[in-house]
Design a protein around this ligand. Structure first.
Ligand code: DAH
Length: 341
C-alpha cells in the first residue's frame, strides 16, 4: 500500500512543479495528457490497485481521486492564467486608431420603377381597384386570341413577340391578365395588374423587359365617362393638378372604342421640343371600352355588362416623372444612378 501511496504523493509533487513552470498553452495540454491521459502516469500507478487487499482499495482510490482533482484544478487555473496573459500581450501589440473614419452603412431605397408602381397602385386602391397578378409566360391564346387578336392579325407584328420553343410566349403586355381574371371571376370586377412585359426591342426608349399596369373595370352601366373620369383623376394625382391631359381616338383589338391618352410635355409644356418630338404631348397609356369579342371568350354576358380597360407604361411614366432620358439606366443597377431617387 505504501508504495502506491508514495507514488501518488510523488506524482502530485512532481506534476505541480511541472505545471508551475509551464509557459505555453501547448505544453500545458501536453503535460495534462502525460499525467491524466488514458495512458498517463496516474493510470499507470493505479494499475497496481488490483494487487492490493480489498480493504485498502477504497482508501487508495480516494487518495487517487484527491490527487486527480488537485492536479486538474492546477492545470485549469494555469490555463486561465496563460490565456489571460496571451490576450493581454495581443492587446498590447494591437493598436487601434479610433480617429479613423468609420464605414458608413448606406440605407437601401426602392427602385424608381417600384416607387412609380407603388404610387399608381395606391392611387387606384383609393378608387376601389384591387391588385391582381398574371403569369409572365402566356399561351398565344391568352396573349392574343382571347384578346381579339387572331392569328395573322397585323397587331401581332406590332408587338415584337418573344416566342418560346413550345409555342408559348413571354407576355407582350399585361392585358392577358384580364383574361385570367375574368375567367376566374364573374362581374363585377375592378382590378389593376402591375407586372413585367417583354418585347424584342432595345434602344434608349425601349427595353426588352419593361413594366405595365393593366386596369379593368366591368360592371353594369360602366361607360366611357367612367373611363375618362378615372384616368383624368389618376393622371392629375400622378403629375399634378394643373397637368393637361388629352384623349385621342386610337385602335386596339381588345377595346372598342379605343383611345390613347397624352399628357402635355413636361419639358416644354406643350410648345414642342425634342422630348415630345415637337408635338407638345407625350403618350402615356392606351385604353378603351372592353370589346364584346373579349367578353365572348370569357363567357361574360355583353348584353348585361360593359367595362373599360387601360394599359399604362410604367417605365415611360417613371422616366417622365424623374427626368430620366435613357431607359437602360433603369436596369443597369448603377448605385450612383439609383441613389438619386
Ligand atoms: N396592351 C396594350 C399595349 O401593350 C395597352 C392597352 C391598350 C391596354 C388599351 C388596354 C387597353 O387594356 O384597353 O400596347
Amino acid at each position: 500500500m505504501s508504495s502506491i501511496n508514495d507514488q501518488l504523493a510523488q506524482l502530485q509533487t512532481d506534476s505541480l512543479a511541472k505545471i508551475e513552470q509551464v509557459t505555453t498553452l501547448l505544453i500545458l495540454e501536453d503535460i495534462k495528457t502525460q499525467i491524466l491521459g488514458k495512458t498517463g502516469a496516474l493510470t499507470e500507478i493505479l494499475k497496481g490497485l488490483k494487487d492490493l487487499p480489498n480493504s485498502e482499495k477504497p482508501i487508495i482510490g480516494q487518495l487517487a481521486n484527491t490527487v486527480k482533482t488537485t492536479l486538474t484544478t492546477a492545470i485549469d487555473s494555469k490555463r486561465s492564467y496563460l490565456e489571460e496573459e496571451a490576450l493581454a500581450s495581443q492587446l498590447a501589440q494591437t493598436t487601434i486608431d479610433i480617429t479613423l473614419p468609420g464605414i458608413a452603412i448606406t440605407i437601401g431605397k426602392t427602385h424608381p420603377i417600384t416607387q412609380t408602381i407603388d404610387h399608381i397602385v395606391s392611387l387606384c386602391k383609393q378608387l376601389g381597384f384591387s391588385v391582381a397578378q398574371g403569369p409572365d409566360i402566356e399561351t398565344e391564346y391568352t396573349n392574343f386570341e382571347a384578346l381579339n387578336v387572331p392569328k395573322n392579325h397585323p397587331a401581332r407584328d406590332m408587338q415584337d413577340t418573344f416566342y418560346m420553343k413550345n409555342g408559348n410566349v413571354l407576355r407582350t403586355h399585361t392585358s392577358p391578365a384580364q383574361i385570367h381574371a375574368m375567367t376566374a371571376q364573374k362581374p363585377p370586377i375592378k382590378i389593376i395588374v402591375p407586372g413585367k412585359v417583354y418585347r424584342c426591342d432595345a434602344d434608349v426608349t425601349h427595353s426588352p423587359m419593361f413594366h405595365q399596369i393593366e386596369g379593368l373595370y366591368v360592371d353594369k352601366n360602366v361607360t366611357f365617362a367612367h373611363l375618362k373620369g378615372t384616368l383624368e383623376w389618376l393622371l392629375k394625382e400622378l403629375f399634378g393638378k394643373n397637368q393637361k391631359v388629352r384623349f385621342r381616338p386610337s385602335y386596339f383589338p381588345f377595346t372598342e372604342p379605343s383611345t390613347e391618352v397624352d399628357v402635355a410635355c413636361f419639358k416644354c409644356n406643350g410648345d414642342g421640343c425634342s422630348l415630345c418630338k415637337k408635338t407638345g404631348w407625350l403618350e402615356i397609356l392606351g385604353a378603351g371600352m372592353v370589346n364584346k369579342n373579349v367578353f365572348r371568350h370569357v363567357d361574360y354576358d355583353a348584353e348585361q355588362f360593359t367595362g373599360f380597360a387601360f394599359g399604362l407604361g410604367v417605365d415611360r411614366i417613371a422616366m417622365l416623372k424623374f427626368g430620366i432620358s435613357d431607359i437602360r439606366l433603369l436596369y443597369e443597377n448603377d448605385i450612383r444612378f439609383l441613389k438619386q431617387f
